[in-house]
Every structure is written in structure tokens, then in C-alpha cells.
Design a binder for this molecule. Sequence first.
Ligand code: FE2
Length: 358
Amino acid sequence: MSIFEKPYELKTPVFYRGEPIRVLGIESTSHTFGAGIVEFRDGKVYFLSNALSQYKPTRGGIHPRESFIHHVNVAPKIISKALDESGLDVKDIDVIAVSVGPGLGPCLRVGSSIARFLASYFNKPVAPVNHAVAHIEIGKLIGGLQDPVIIYVSGGNTMVLTQGNNKYRVIGETLDIPLGNLFDTFAREVGIAPPYVINGNHAVDVCAEWSSEFLPLPYTIKGCDLSFSGLLTAALRIARERLNDKEHLGKVCRSMRETAFNMLIEVAERALMLTNKKSFLLVGGVAANKVLREKMIAVAEQHGVEYYGTPPEVAGDNGLMIAYTGLLHYLYGKTTKPELVFVKQRYRLDEENYPWLP
Ligand code: FE2
């Protein structure tokens, strides 16, 4: 069933009983420019639209300036598409939400400039949204989980978190590169990318099918934090020994993937034991990975807890998650004036309070 087919009940207590509220969310932190619209009516959240366009580098990683140019070019079309799909006019929007960080400076400034302009011109409040918080909030809403252990994995982040005293608490995180970046860099360096994604599977997953063997690689957990850079260096060194040997490359891909996922799951299990929570929530772009999902399901079963993985449509970067988190900002009085909206490239999700959290 599509995520658009049913409304979602807002489980956090809200005392708003007024007219329906419509929020436009703008996402532009990295390679994606997205615009999504949600409506809040009678205690329920309706997803109205989710339009996006992704900048895909022809070679190498994301170049901030090129991604910025992509966003500037597609922004009017994507915002119009989101409005058309929702059947609304921009004047019907009550709140403009925008992801203000963390992300790439030039990219972030596209979204925030548009948000400031729309909010000033149409006299609307702005919800300055933390991108990481948005990934988590949309996962919690769709999964119907209020207080899970959260595993947030993407090209730019790797964190295991919980909530408490109106804040997100980071239990463990990467000390160097994020998990998504480990896969992308490896694929690029050994010549199996672009494209990174082949029929919905990452190039590393595709190559991992070429072998069923496992090779021990550096498995680094420090306290509850993770380190992937040693794993990347070792995997690259071994892969380069026989780059044209398909089975050898497959073995390295499989081993690197297994090692990285197992490290992440060990930290997630530790977090579960430490906090006594009753569910796992997997969010972020890497949440779409089938192997990681299967592993998470097995671990949740072992511990007798609930598991929910964000659906692929909203696992990656998108405007809908920004719109929904913007709605929470509005309902809990966390909106501001357009002139007070600034981008924060290193905006951490544990640096401020979110009143809707337990
Ligand atoms: Fe993201």
C-alpha cells in the first residue's frame, strides 16, 4: 500500500483544534531538491505530495557547486509539481518548512533562500527543520513508534539514538566516515560506480552476489562509537590486489558489507540493552538496503522487540519529511520569522530541545 493512501494518527499529544493546517517542506541539503506537502486535520496527518529531483554526478562524488546549480534550476518546477499534485495554491499553505542543516552550504542556501522569500512575500511563519530529525520523525510517524532505539544511516550520517527529556540522545555514532559514504567511496575507487544504485541495489550489494566467501576485515567499535575508515582502507587494499577478478571483488564487497552492518547492529543491540526500549526504527537513505533490513528483522526477533524500517519512498532525502517535521514545529510553537532563518552546515540533532519528544 502506498504511504499516500491513508492518514497517520499523530500520537504525540497536541491541543490544536483549529482549521486544517497545510505545510510545504523544502529539502536541499545535499544531492536532492525536494518539495512535499502535508495537511493536519482532526488529529491526523495527510501526505498530499512529495516531488523531488536528484543531482547525479557523472563521475566522482557530489560537487557542492554543481549540486547547487542543479537545485537552482529544478526548484521552481519541483515546488510547482508539489503544489499541483496536492491541488493547492501557494496561498493555501500555512507554514513554510525548510531543512536548514546539516548539509552542504551552497545547497542549503537554495532551500533557505526560497523559504525566506515565500514566507516574506506571503506572510507565513517558517519552520527551520533539522534534516536528521526529519528523517527520524517521518519514520516514527509511519511506523507508529513513539519511543524506539533509532538507527540512522545515510551517505552523511551514522548514528544510534534514543529520546529522553525532550531531546535526542546519541548513544553511538561514526568517528570518521558515515556508512553510506563507505559504500560510495569503495564503489567509486574500485570502478564499480557510477551509477551507485543498480535496480534499487547499491553497486556493493550487486557485486557482493559474485561470491559467497567471507574475509575477516577490521571491525572497529570504540565504546559505542564506530569507525569505518580502517575498514575502507583494508577493503580497498585487498580489492586492488586483483581488480579484474570478479569473484575476488565480490568477496571483498560481501565482507565489507557484512562487517559494516554487523558493527552497526552490535551498537544498536547495546543501545537496546542499555535503555530497555521495546522497538527498533531504521531511518535514512541506507534504510532502503534489503540486507540491512533483513539483519535488523532477525535481531529484533531475537530480542522480542518491534522493528520498523522506513519505506524506500521516504527513506532517502525528500521534502515530505521536512513538511511533516515543520508541522510538529508549528504545533509546538517552534516557528520563526523568515529573517531569522539561517543555515547551519554542522547542525547536530542533539543540540536543542524538541518539545514533542518524550
Ligand atoms: Fe538525509
